[in-house]
Design a protein. Structure first.
Length: 337
């Protein structure tokens, strides 16, 4: 299986040429290669990424998250359609919750954003989060670069909305948008605080009908709450607004604020500084992933782990000592290479 190579693979040059021409079919096929665990695909993926790198980076990368039921997909569709009317090409990378057994995607954003998916100026790529830390698909960063090289000006990354996925997405985007609901209850406070510290903008969604008054009240409360957080390194003061994605109200306000943010951080140098920091962090993330695969991919380690599991269950060894033992064994095997 290690040497298996799918018959329908093109050369790296053919994929690159297609991506740069904005060919959505070849873009999708290239992303599939990037997400693949086949050895031959990994080699091909590295070549594609290396060559398209100089053609990437010319977008605004926006992370979008929110509590369950906030209407992320509806908002993203309305926002994406608005951006297209303003002359932008939009790519939506949606990180779906995934089955821990099959690693397959549970949700399908193309079915939840049907109108946007049919637009020639939009590209939607759902990805299963699998077992990657924080629920963020391991190859989202590479996928983002390919979309930029294909000419997409705005990259929207939708998170699962739970766990540490927000932290991971915040670490790969320029602007972080938090969608909230009015009157959601105090049970969400634990989620709100951690995310709100990262938010560049909070949008109270579903602000229509009988909910308008409550949404405006929530806007004031959230704006006051944001004042207790220290000033961010970007010098940007987070803003709170209300919107109704389903009624298409307040969507333009979101883009206006993002535009203001982009100008501020470009002028004060934070934009470039943040991108550079993200590039370096990306390297360390890849190192960690490669080390993990190297460790668990070892047949010798796998066999010893099974033995250690049995020893732990029978109380013959402590989990801490077992971990130290297997690490020492890995170091010995590594030194022999």
């Amino acid at each position: 299986m290690k040497n298996y190579k799918p018959k329908n693979r093109l050369t790296a040059s053919e994929y690159i040429e297609g991506i740069l021409k904005g060919d959505r079919v070849l873009l999708s096929r290239a992303i599939t290669i990037i997400e693949s665990n086949l050895k031959s695909d990994k080699i091909l993926a590295k070549e594609i990424i290396q060559e398209i790198l100089p053609k990437s980076g010319n977008s605004i990368r926006i992370g979008i998250t929110g509590v369950p039921g906030v209407g992320k997909s509806t908002f993203i569709e309305a926002f994406g359609k608005y951006l297209i009317t303003q002359g932008y090409k939009v790519a939506i990378l949606s990180i779906d919750p995934s089955s821990q057994r099959s690693k397959g995607s549970i949700l399908g954003d193309k079915t939840r954003m049907e109108e946007l998916a049919n637009s020639e100026e939009a590209y939607i790529r759902p990805s299963a989060s699998g077992d990657t830390l924080g629920g963020v698909a391991n190859k989202t960063g590479e996928t983002m670069l390919l979309c930029e090289a294909a000419g997409y000006d705005v990259i929207l990354i939708e998170t699962v909305g739970v766990g540490q996925s927000e932290t991971a997405v915040h670490g790969m985007t320029d602007f972080f948008l938090l969608l909230m609901l009015a009157g959601a209850g105090d049970e969400l406070q634990g989620i709100k605080k951690g995310i709100m510290e990262m938010a560049d903008m909070v949008v109270i969604n579903k602000a229509d009908g009988d909910n308008i008054r409550m949404s405006e009240k929530a806007r004031i409360q959230y704006q006051n709450a944001l004042h207790i957080f220290p000033q961010s390194e970007s010098d940007w003061t987070p803003v709170v607004s209300t919107a109704s994605a389903i009624k298409n109200i307040g969507i333009d306000k979101v883009w206006t604020e993002i535009t203001k943010f982009k100008k501020l951080v470009t002028d004060n140098g934070y934009f470039e500084k943040n991108r550079n920091h993200q590039q370096i962090q990306w390297m360390y993330n890849n190192i960690n992933e490669e080390l993990k695969h190297l460790f668990y991919g070892s047949k010798n380690i796998a066999a010893q782990l099974n033995t250690l599991e049995e020893a732990i269950i029978s109380a013959k060894i402590s989990p801490v000592k077992a971990a130290q033992f297997i690490i020492e064994e890995f170091k010995k095997s590594f030194l022999k290479l």
